[in-house]
Design a protein around this ligand. Sequence first.
Ligand code: G4P
Length: 524
Amino acid sequence: MNIQKEINRRRTFAIISHPDAGKTTLTEKLLLFGGAIQVAGAVKSNKIKKTATSDWMEIERQRGISVATSVMGFEYNDIKINILDTPGHQDFAEDTFRTLTAVDSVIVVIDVAKGVEPQTEKLVEVCRMRKTPTIVFINKMDRPGKDAFELLDEIEKKLHLRVTPLSWPINMGSNFKGVYNIFSQNLNLFTPNKQTIQEGIEINDINSPELDQYLPKDAKKLREEVALAAGVYPPMDVQQYLDGDLSPVFFGSALNNFGVKELLDNFISFAPTPRGKDSDVRHVNPDDEAFTGFVFKIHANMDPNHRDRIAFVRVVSGVFLRNTNYLHVRLNRKLKFASPTAFMAQKKSVVDEMFPGDIVGLHDTGNFKIGDTLTEGEILNYKGIPSFSPELFKYIENADPLKSKQLAKGIDQLMDEGVAQLFTGKHTGRKIIGTVGALQFEVIQYRLEHEYNAKCRYEHITLYKTAWFTSKNKAQLEDFQARKANQIALDKEGREVFLADSQFSLQMAQDKYKDIQFHFTSEF
Ligand code: G4P
């Protein structure tokens, strides 16, 4: 088996955007090109609509669908493409952050009229920190929007990305004529059409009179703009893109199928093949012979009668084989999987082998939590899936004393899934749930009831932030622990966290205890 060949033909990525920019539409069009789906509209239902902000029944329904669309694999020109779905709703931003640890590159979709929106800023910041190669797709060119130069400027300023346009739009809105591909030097004319693929017209020299035949009114302006862009933006450099230092930009309209094939063709030509990953003992390369992988997402089964779950494992190195013993490093236990699942388009199927870059779904009865590592026996743990200090907090209390066991188990498993974080007051023993979005509280309550037959209620807590803390100054640490005893809780791993009830009290603690480091992500 030629593992290198399999690695080279894989591309694993995520599409990120602010809700409504066109992520779902673009995903769907990519699947259409790959022949993975036959009709538009199939992916659509995966969306949690804006209107459903507190409709958790709707979320439950969506959750069922999203198992199938968590990973969408398909083949295109002998390249195996894995698109990892990310939830659009901002309350699930942490899910998205975790998924970003399992991809090798991203495509950012921006709405030409709205420009850079807050959610995009946050997500791109994470990608930038991780130096994830990023392609930008400016969508909805069939609508009136911002001028291309203005928009590229905004992307540079707000997303801090160095950009290079690989295509250039010819007008926009009702006057949109298409794009000129700077990189491949051809012209793509736009006809509003939702199904067919437009082939480009080769125009090797932008100054050729042929261009005027196609664009009698717009050729002059196009030449001026392309010349100006060439002066302002750096030329495309694949290595810089792979290093996360340069982001190619394309313009198009996903809904009209315009610019999507060009995006896909360029994507497969230069997007990175599966990369290695740092562990606590060494950097692991994808072509290392022994299998390793890590869990980046856990999805509970929708059937309340079977409390099993699917753990999504990204294969980092080697080949994952069915019915083979692997070491679950945290539990120090060998586990074997009889029916590992692959995700092709929207179908799941049992597979015998998976390669680096692939995502394998493993049935789990409660052994896994996010961040867990599987190996062939080597003791190593993958790093880089931090928990962030949550933004919202509530005490969680048992509302049915007869079901306290069920409640404890439910909370435990939901926390393993990464739905929220649990802190237990060191002195009080009271349990505090911390989340990044308000929606999670409802999701937890609903799921405890329906999946674990347990009831909870919430109580208000005045809490601004939680911070993990460390110090080499033992005396200072002990003083802090003694004086703040009532404001210290334990996280799920038993590590101490400081419960700061206001920005002021956090500041006071930071000022007073200079030798204590306060951490706002769990990896320190
Ligand atoms: P999201 O996943 O990023 O949230 O966005 P989604 O693809 O659902 O697109 C949001 C809306 O924008 C949809 O309209 C979609 O049809 C529209 N859209 C996507 N690409 C384009 C484009 O290139 N041009 C134009 N004009 N519209 C585009 P909707 O009315 O919210 O949904 P639907 O009723 O069409 O399903």
